[in-house]
Design a protein around this ligand. Structure first.
Ligand code: ADP
Ligand code: MG
Length: 647
């Protein structure tokens, strides 16, 4: 049942062009009853199209009131107007305005996308409508494969898609020959017979004669109106208005995604070139992150070869303290005190020196370390044979010694067992009780031959100096070096009455290496980000081009009832897809680069973590959103009449 009465009251429409104001419509009052067939006639430029656009809610009056089915349109938002167009109005244009990339059936079904009709239902209805207009076997043709008359009938089918009671036709026969023009008019008359309101704009009186009512317009004013004839309507309207599903939002956005993909697919080369920026940007981001991660892991691995996380305590105020050599602030009692504490796993004092080792007729210089019984435990080193000296040996100045494998090889030959042999260390004969494998020494290896003796022996019998060069502490598992450092500092400061020592830990090395690494990563990341932004600008540019090229399409979509948000999401998704696909390809590129690098330069390991990939996608998608937004919003904000006018 057609209940759509159209009422114009004193409507004026002015265009501002330069300094002048052109009144395309002046003070027009007009009521069109549901089910009428009206022809609007007048010379070119008299304001017919302006009137029709206002009737179709494509344009708004400058002044006056326009009511559709009793609803004042002046107060409606653009989305409300879109809904009116979608539900009540169907447009038929002089030049058909079919979308050239879509088939007839897709063109016809398009208005229902914005009504949220599922695709299957849409296609079925579009096919039915095409069948009714005698185009059953042309459903899969594209516009350029159809004659003018056929295209115009496709566009009539499109106007009927949402079951709109009002059909507005602007010079529908203007581009057709006499014969096909007649056919199109017949089709419109049939719609009228079914109860639709049909309004035809024409400058051709013979066309106008088909209408029941003829309104003549000149210079924006109605100069003649043949008036209302009896309407033969009542209940005969094709009132089939397909019900949209409850999933309107989802369907619409799925559709928007499909359209975006279709458009990218239609311009594959252009899409690929645009994508290139994003591909390079993403590949750069991932590569940089992966190289950074690889370097970090390598540094950690290197540091872990330094041995356990230890904390060194030295006498003096800090590195290079001149008095440190002279003062003996660290004492054996400090070692004992530290050893009693919970957070300490093991602790050892340290004195060092150079000695000459002699065995038989062989002699060699070596570095000697005077240490406590827990020394090897502090550094996490296991002896390859023999044992370490115990606390008794330390307190009793037992002349025992642990040698490294180089010393063994030098004096006894590789593979020989030196345990129990007595070797002359300086002037002191020492029994060898353990051998440490040179390869396992990590941080405690020094370039020289190495031997270890109780520190009491070294300071008491070899160097003659009673002071400790340092104390090394290994915090218990579960205590960080920082915590241990604070506790040690507090304890020793308390024992000494002042802070006459300083601490140093391997973590510092790790931190400084990581710090340098971080700076590098930051630098290269910036380059990566810049390339992503450049890529984004490319995307923005191409989206702008896409919007400009398809202004007419946007106009058509708006005319059939697309909301601004529909247009926005269509173009925004286009930008996002470019970036997303670019992101995928970029990540693949980065993986490829990683493979190549692993072959060419195995030392530079790339570690691509899931987090990196996630970040890459997140950044490429947001680039799409950010750079696609302005062009897409421009598209969405286009005025439908202007967009159509540019066709
Ligand atoms: P018709 O369809 O009868 O040929 P129109 O309604 O298109 O006439 O135009 C009526 C008048 O308004 C004309 O003088 C035209 O130049 C003017 N006009 C139409 N559209 C615009 C516009 N967008 N900007 C400025 N003037 C316009
Ligand atoms: Mg016109």
């Amino acid at each position: 049942m057609n209940d759509t009465r159209l009422e114009l009251t004193r409507v004026t429409r002015e265009y501002i062009s330069g300094p002048n104001t052109i009144a395309a419509l002046r003070d027009v009052s007009l009521t069109i009853e549901p089910g009428e067939m009206v022809a609007i006639v007048g010379a070119s430029g008299s304001g017919k199209s302006t009137l029709l656009n206002i009737l179709g809610c494509l344009d708004r009056p400058t002044a006056g009131s326009y009511r559709v089915a009793g609803q004042e349109t002046g107060v409606l938002s653009s989305d409300d107007l879109a809904r009116l167009r979608r539900e009540r109005v169907g447009f038929v244009f002089q030049h058909y305005n079919l979308l050239s990339s879509l088939t007839a059936v897709d063109n016809v079904s398009m208005p229902a996308i914005y009504d949220g009709l599922p695709r299957r239902d849409r296609i079925r209805r579009a096919e039915t409508l095409l069948g009714r207009l005698g185009l059953k076997d042309r459903a899969d043709h594209r516009p350029h494969q159809l004659s003018g008359g056929q295209q115009q009938r496709v566009s009539i089918a499109r106007a009927l898609m949402n079951g709109g009671p009002v059909i507005l036709a602007d010079e529908p026969t203007g581009a057709l020959d006499q014969n096909t023009g007649e056919q199109v008019l017949q089709a419109l008359k049939e719609l009228h017979a079914k109860g639709h309101t049909v309004i035809i704009v024409t400058h051709d009186m013979t066309v106008a004669q088909h209408a029941d009512r003829i309104i003549e317009i000149r210079d924006g004013s109605i100069i003649a109106d043949s008036g209302l004839r009896a309407i033969q309507d009542e209940g005969r309207q094709d009132s089939f208005r397909p019900r949209s599903s409850g999933w309107i939002g989802l369907w619409r956005h799925l559709e928007a995604a499909r359209m975006a993909m279709a458009s990218l697919n239609a311009h594959r080369l252009r899409t690929l070139l645009t994508m290139l920026g994003i591909i390079i940007g993403t590949a750069a981001v991932v590569t940089v992150a992966a190289l950074g991660e690889g370097a970090r892991l390598r540094v950690i691995a290197n540091i872990s070869t330094l041995g356990t996380n230890t904390l060194d305590i030295y006498p003096g105020a800090g590195w290079g303290d001149m008095r440190a050599g002279a003062v003996a602030t660290l004492k054996a009692s400090d070692v004992a005190a530290l050893g009693r504490h919970d957070y300490i796993d093991s602790v050892t004092p340290m004195v060092t020196g150079k000695v000459t080792l002699r065995f038989g007729n062989l002699a060699a210089n070596a570095s000697i370390s005077g240490v406590g019984s827990q020394y090897f435990r502090v550094h996490g080193v296991r002896l390859s044979s023999g044992t370490v000296f115990d606390d008794d040996a330390v307190s009793q100045l037992a002349p025992v010694i642990v040698i490294d494998s180089k010393v063994r090889d030098k004096f006894f030959g590789p593979g020989m067992d030196p345990l129990g042999q007595v070797i002359l260390v300086g002037m002191v004969p020492c029994r060898i009780i353990g051998v440490a494998d040179e390869d396992n020494l990590g941080a405690i290896r020094r370039g020289d031959l190495n031997v270890w003796a109780p520190y009491t022996v070294v300071s008491g019998r070899l160097t003659g100096s009673a002071r400790l060069e340092g104390i090394t502490v290994r915090p218990k598992a579960g205590y960080t070096t920082e915590v241990a450092e604070q506790a040690v500092t507090k304890l020793l400061a308390l024992l000494h009455g002042r802070k006459d020592f300083y601490t140093y830990n391997v973590d510092l090395i790790r931190k400084s290496i990581e710090g340098a690494n971080y700076t590098m990563t930051l630098l290269t990341s910036m380059i990566a980000v810049i390339s992503l932004i450049v890529g984004g600008i490319g995307v923005m540019n191409i989206t702008l081009v896409s919007v400009t090229e398809r202004t007419q399409e946007i106009g058509v979509r708006l005319a059939v009832g697309a909301r601004q948000s529909d247009i926005l999401s269509q173009f925004l998704l286009e930008a996002v897809f470019v970036c997303l696909i670019g992101g995928v390809l970029g990540v693949l590129c980065a993986i490829g680069i990683g493979e190549v690098l692993a072959k060419v330069a195995p030392a530079t390991a790339m570690v691509i973590s899931p987090v990196t990939i996630l970040i890459a996608f997140a950044s490429s998608t947001s680039i799409g959103l950010i750079f696609g937004f302005v062009p897409a919003r421009n598209a969405a904000r286009l005025n439908p009449v202007d967009a159509l006018g540019k066709s």
